[in-house]
Ligand binder design. Structure first.
Ligand SMILES: NC(=O)c1ccc[n+]([C@@H]2O[C@H](COP(=O)([O-])OP(=O)(O)OC[C@H]3O[C@@H](n4cnc5c(N)ncnc54)[C@H](OP(=O)(O)O)[C@@H]3O)[C@@H](O)[C@H]2O)c1
Length: 312
């Protein structure tokens, strides 16, 4: 099969189309013919080597954790059959930028009828991150107040919609150009961070979800209600220094590490079917132009998601 691979760490130009051994569903579960693959910041972080302490230096490597496509092969005992439309967040091995991927069935779910492969591929990793982050705060019942920093990005755009679906009162933080966008996603209030520091408005929140990890627990502590939680998507040493004291404080510092889960994806699919959640795809690229998609995503200015369409 054809795949977009890296043979060494480096810039977007390292993404090269190459022939690659066909994955086997025998070992891994179902074989998916990939119609579209979502692009996430973790992809360029692996590509440029900034995660090599986790990934190691094994090459060639196929990037990509989000796929949408059709079942090509499945066991007779599988709940999916050839031709079914499915999407998945792949486990840590990745491999989504390819014609085919094999994945355990427990990570796979049926694509809601009303959405395209591109929208489906844009969904799993980012939506699961937002959903699992809110699950961490089990006190987040309807009416509680949540602030979402980076509300226009991949994770943030899902977080706003999922928080609304959970009945939370949503305050979004974006730059000026995305204020209207965040309001359209369902935010009750939008703070433009180029005009106002969201930690100095006098407002208080039960959860601050720092979807873009541009703030910190010390900065946000003052705007948390009693028993409030700061959750970031990118933990750093500063956060790890504050976490051990969580049991001494009513206000908690924490982070989310998304896990692939067909069960959680089923909940997201249900929200999509009810019209409460929808992926926003800013741009699609043919898969062999994945480098251009990485370059744009690395600017950290993308609204919603970027998706690679399989043209191999
Ligand atoms: N731990 C996990 O499991 C996990 C899972 C998913 C993602 N992540 C990490 O989470 C981060 C965000 O992911 P993503 O997919 O949402 O990224 P993304 O789509 O690239 O985020 C882009 C958005 O960030 C916003 N932004 C940039 N600078 C900002 C600032 N100073 N304040 C507020 N917003 C700002 C931009 O909006 P404006 O143009 O309006 O500023 C843009 O819409 C990445 O570092 C990613 O690796 C971690």
């Amino acid at each position: 099969m054809k795949a977009l691979v890296i043979n060494q760490f480096g810039g977007p130009e390292r993404l090269q189309v190459s022939d690659y051994a066909m994955p086997s569903s025998k070992r891994r579960g179902v074989l998916i013919r990939v119609h579209a693959a979502g692009v996430n910041p973790v992809d360029y972080k692996i590509r440029n080597g900034s995660m090599k302490w986790i990934t190691g230096r094994k090459f060639p490597r196929i990037l990509g954790f989000d796929v949408a496509g059709t079942i090509e092969q499945a066991d007779s005992g599988s709940k999916h059959k050839p031709g079914d439309r499915v999407f998945a967040m792949l486990p840590f091995t990745g491999g989504g930028y390819a014609e085919f991927v094999a994945v355990a069935e427990k990570y796979v779910y049926s694509i809601p009828k009303m959405i395209s492969y591109e929208e489906a591929a844009a969904t799993p990793l980012a939506a699961l991150t937002a959903y699992q982050a809110f699950l961490k705060t089990n006190s987040l019942e309807a009416g509680k107040k949540v602030l979402i920093n980076g509300a226009s990005g991949g994770v943030g755009s899902f977080a706003v919609q999922i928080a609304r679906a959970m009945g939370l009162e949503v305050t979004a933080v974006t730059s000026s150009k995305n204020v209207e966008f965040a309001a359209q996603l369902g935010a009750h209030r939008v703070i433009d961070y180029t005009r106002e520091d969201f930690t100095k408005t006098g407002l208080r929140f039960d959860t601050v979800f720092d979807a873009v990890a541009k703030s910190s627990f010390p900065k946000c502590k003052g705007i948390l209600n009693k028993n409030g939680q700061y959750i970031t998507t990118v933990p750093n040493n500063g956060l790890f220094r504050h976490m051990p004291a969580n049991f001494l404080r009513s206000k908690k510092a924490s982070y989310i590490l998304v896990k692939p889960s067909g069960g959680d994806l089923a909940i997201i699919a249900d929200l999509i079917e009810k019209g409460q959640v929808k992926a926003v795809v800013e741009k699609t690229y043919p898969m062999d132009e994945g480098g251009a998609a990485h370059q744009l995503l690395e600017s950290q200015r993308v609204r919603g998601k970027l998706v690679l369409v399989n043209t191999f």
